[in-house]
Design a protein around this ligand. Structure first.
Ligand code: P6P
Length: 336
């Protein structure tokens, strides 16, 4: 029912699940509160001295902006305080993040990108928080371990993102479809606005940084040449839309149809598999897109089947409308 808050929605859906104890709702409430706090800072980022670089680099070797730090600390604090997480990991932090003794430890492991697309902060482009939730697999009620996090994406209990744009929208899937909740600033609540989102089977938009064209392998180049050719057998004119913020590009394609590509490229020998991270970008977005009827692949395999080897590993990401992703895979495998 539209007009429902996200917590009311969870309580209703949880009511129908005898296994539900309220733990998941308490964990997600931690993320919701963090999102509200982050959104407040993002909204005024241009007004206070929170812009500019914090003068340090994150584990990816990228300059960290102050808002990155703030979002990271906020997510960590709220998830720890929820009492429902046993271990955390962040795109901004090299190693696992433990739950301090003063907090109860729960049965969920959470990995997140606290502010993805943060290089766009200074130019007022939409950015977002991305999160991925797993059930712990280690026994006991003590600290979680790397084993609780390095699970293949198909084992996610839930995944979602918050996009801080013209409006602030939480998109969430707990395995029963994908639902969007838009922040009502007058209430300070996320209100159900898009129930059971389904991505069109084929889109008319492609999102890729063509500046990397000469660093791609043949399959990626041939695919992009193909969709840019209106005389090709797809019989449509694709529009190129690339914002350079995964959450923004993904969200548009989820609602309107389309394909986002960050193929492997040979530009940076340190990143032979492309730029995007498996655990805190590719897996959560792939979980969501499959729940919405779409697909996500490296070109060689389904993203959600990848058995992770390390927290910050990178993967090629081809994601969006099912038929568009399938066509890319054909080109990638040299079958077209
Ligand atoms: P490029 C932002 O830094 C990010 O991780 C994603 O949000 C975005 O899709 C991608 O990098 C953009 O990368 O190399 O095209 O600037």
């Amino acid at each position: 029912m539209l007009g429902t808050t996200v917590i009311e929605y969870l309580l209703v859906t949880q009511k129908n699940n005898p296994m539900a104890t309220g733990a998941f709702t308490r964990l997600l409430n931690g993320i919701i509160v963090a999102a509200k706090v982050i959104q407040r800072e993002v909204a005024k980022a241009g007004l206070v001295d929170i812009l500019g670089y914090a003068g340090r680099q994150n584990v990816q070797g990228e300059q960290v902006q102050k808002l990155d730090d703030f979002a990271n600390t906020t997510m960590i604090n709220r998830l720890q305080a929820s009492g429902e997480a046993c271990v955390l990991a962040s795109e901004e932090v090299a190693d696992l993040i433990e739950i301090p003794p003063k907090f109860k430890k729960g049965n969920y492991a959470v990995i997140f990108d606290p502010l993805d697309g943060s290089s766009n902060i200074d130019v007022n482009v939409s950015i977002g928080t991305i999160f991925s939730i797993y059930r712990r697999v280690t026994s006991g009620d003590g600290d979680g371990t790397l084993e609780d996090l390095l699970q293949p994406g198909y084992k996610q209990a839930a995944a979602g993102y918050i996009i801080y744009g013209s409006s602030t929208v939480l998109v969430l899937s707990a395995g029963n479809g994908v639902h969007g909740f838009t922040m009502d600033p007058s209430l300070g609540e996320f209100i159900l606005s898009n129930e059971n989102i389904q991505i069109p089977e084929r889109g008319k938009v492609f999102s890729v940084n063509e500046g990397n064209y000469n660093f791609w392998d043949d399959g990626a180049r041939k695919y992009v040449d193909y969709i840019k050719n209106p005389a090709a057998d797809h019989k449509r004119i694709y529009s190129g839309r690339y914002i350079g913020s995964l959450v923004a590009d993904f969200h548009r394609n989820l609602l309107q149809g389309g394909i986002f590509l960050y193929p492997a490229d040979h530009k940076d020998p340190r990143k032979p598999k492309g730029k995007l991270r498996l655990m805190c970008e590719a897996n959560p977005m792939s979980f969501i897109v499959e729940q919405a009827g779409g697909a996500a692949s490296t070109g060689d395999q389904r993203i959600l089947d990848i058995v992770p080897e390390e927290l910050h590993q990178r993967v090629p990401l081809i994601i969006g409308s099912k038929k568009d992703v399938e066509t890319f895979v054909d080109f990638h495998r040299g079958q077209r």
